[in-house]
Structures are given as structure tokens and as C-alpha cells.
Design a protein around this ligand. Sequence first.
Ligand SMILES: *Cc1c(COP(=O)(O)O)cnc(C)c1O
Length: 429
Amino acid sequence: MKTTASKKLFEAAQRLIPGGVNSPVRAFKAVGTIPHFITRAKGARIYDADGNAFIDYVMSWGPMIMGHAQGSVIKAIARAAVRGTSYGAPTALEVTLAQLIVEAIPSMERVRLVSSGTEAVMSAIRLARAYTGRNTILKFEGCYHGHADSLLVKAGSGVATLGIPDSPGVPPDLAQHTLTASFNDVGGVERILEAHRGKLACVIVEPVAGNMGVVPPHGAFLERLRDLTRHYGIVLIFDEVITGFRLGYGGAQLRYGVIPDLTCLGKIIGGGLPVGAYGGPHHIMKLIAPEGPVYQAGTLSGNPLAVTAGIETLKLLKKPGVYRQLEERGRLLSEGLLEAARELGVGVTLNRVGSMMTLFFTPGPVTDYASAKKSDTLAFARFFRAMLEEGIYLPPSQFEAAFLSAAHTSADIAKTVRAARSAFKKLKG
Ligand SMILES: *Cc1c(COP(=O)(O)O)cnc(C)c1O
């Protein structure tokens, strides 16, 4: 595979941009190679500066659920662009997107649009703290909620340990307000909530974890979180930045039938442009300025191009059969990959919910961050590079979700499974 142009661009980028990228995982560090610089994408295909084509399973990390450069989305963006790209004043488009979101997501009566998932989560946490008058928050080890200071914390030494920042620059004074528990561990959560009775503002969770690789909630995990938070008067926040409009039009909350207090959205609702959103019942959302005292603002919030891309994407997702097809293709791919791994004697675990999945290089099962961490990341890196050679673009980390789109065909999946068979062979050889 030719990589001359990407190499050159990466060298130039590294002289100008920290690590040569504007978001860390893009640098391909974990898979021991250099990033491909992308020039265009269409449907399920992505093309690099050297003219290589790949079947894409990153899909911009989730937003491109209808495929890249989807015809009606692009047309709508173009039509919107000629009317001006930002006004800093309200538009009918924002009302339309808010309406679509409120109709779709059970927990959302009111919704505020922002420009990223990070902003959505950060604002929801501020709101939960204001609403409860408490400071402490509980998150789950291995769950990612954007890069806001309070959330760059994973595990202390035990579930009840106070947070230690994951990143220099996060004041320990702030991180100490973040507690962590193990995903799927109801007993652990219960102990923390009891020990910190009257102190916790919120519990935030990805209802299906996607940022330690895909880890589904087991048994009644989400229901128990709902019961416990209600019992202790704690705000339950579902971070559905990935799962919203991915696991069904009503997100994970409708799929699992568990309704949180606040919900955060992002990724898909911007159709590939920057949009985030948070929302919940009116009695909580009314605290947000200018209706209430909790300040939160944004120069480009509700941007007309971004909102247009979101509206168009949601309209496409609303059409009958879209999620059924995504589920079907997801099943086809996961079965194909597992069969190939079994044939060649490679010990893997495949976790999938709908059109998001992760192939963990561990015999498993993978139910939380600790078990995800048992994966052989070197084997994954070799598999990743072999797949790339075969024209398959996977997320460049063992701990990320692969995403299917409505543009992935069964032929694409068959090609991916063939590529995986030969990649597994290389691993064994
Ligand atoms: C991507 C992601 C975020 C952050 O969204 P950005 O738009 O990258 O700021 C937050 N939560 C989850 C679950 C995510 O996957």
C-alpha cells in the first residue's frame, strides 16, 4: 500500500500541531503505524491522500450513520450555506431539531443545543449539581464523557476511592469530587451511594459503554441504577452521545426501557457537523439560563448548517427499516468475524449491540474495564494493520467501537470477513 503522501503530510502536521492531529486517537499510536490523511469519503468508503480506498468502520466515530456524504444531507447543507452560515440569533431550524429530539427521546421534555458532546456532558453535570445543591459525581471506570476536567478521571485504587485525575492540568481539588465505580457492578454502586449519602449530585453512565470497546449493560444494571438514584435523590444522566439514534430512534433508553433524568446527545444529531445536546424534564431544565440561573452559552450553538445536517439525518433515520437493516448487517458482520476467528483458532470476544461492536483479543467475557484491559493489544495492533492492508479501516484502538452505517452493504461485509480471515492467518503465522 502506498503511503508516501500521508507520511509527508504527517511530518508537516507534526511540526505544526501537537502530535500532528487534532484529537489523540487519530494519530494511530496504539496500532504502531502512521495515520492516513483523508481526502474524501462517500457511503461506506473513505479515501486517503495516496489514493487508497477503505471500507470505513470508524464513520467519524459514530456520526455518519447514514453513510458519508449522503445525498440529501449534503444537498440540505448546501442549500442552508447560501443563506448564511451563522447568525447568533434563533432560527426555525433549531425548533425543528429540538422537536425531533424531544419526540424521539423519552426523557427529554426540553433540550438545549450545544456544539459538542463534551459541552453537553459538562453542562448536564453543572445542571445536576445546581439542581441537587451537591458537588460529588459518580462515573464508571472506562466510560468516556468528553474531556471536561471533572470527567477526566477513571479509577482510584478501589471503587470507593476518591478520584485521581487522569491528566495533568486537572486540579486534584476538582477531581476529588469524581467517584468511580465498575461498569455492571450494582453492588459497588450501592456501597458508594450509601457511603456518600446526601453528597452525590449525579450518576453518569454510557448505557451501553462504547469507549472501553463495546460493553453492554448486564441483566438489570440500568434498572438498578435507576432505582438506586431515585432512592437517594440523585440525578441519573445517560450519556447517549454514541447510543442516541444509534441503538434505535429512541436511543438506549427506549431500547432498554430505562428512563434517566438527563440525557446527553452528540455525534449522530449533527449528521457529521458539530452538534451536541442535553435535556430532561422541564422542572430540571428550567434552571438553565435565561429561564433560570445556571449559565451555559455558545456563540455557534444551534448553528444553522450543523442543525440542518442533524435534521436531515434524523429524517432519514425515521424511515421504516433503517434500524432493522443496521441490526441485520451488524449480526452478519459479527457472525462472520467470529466464525473466521474460530476457524483459525484465534481467541476473541465479540461484543455487539445493534450496529456498534468491538472484537476484543481476549477469550473474555468482557463486562467492564478490567476485563476489557485483559485484551492482547499487540495482537489487536497486528490485526488492525493487516486489515488496513486489506482495505478495511477499523478504529485504531482495541478500546473503541466499530460502527456500521446504512451504506454498508452485505458485499462490504463479506469483503471485511474475507479480509479478517487472512488477517487472523497472519496473526497465527
Ligand atoms: C464522543 C463522546 C463524547 C464527547 O463528544 P465530543 O463531541 O467528542 O466532545 C462524550 N460522551 C461519549 C459517550 C462519547 O462517545
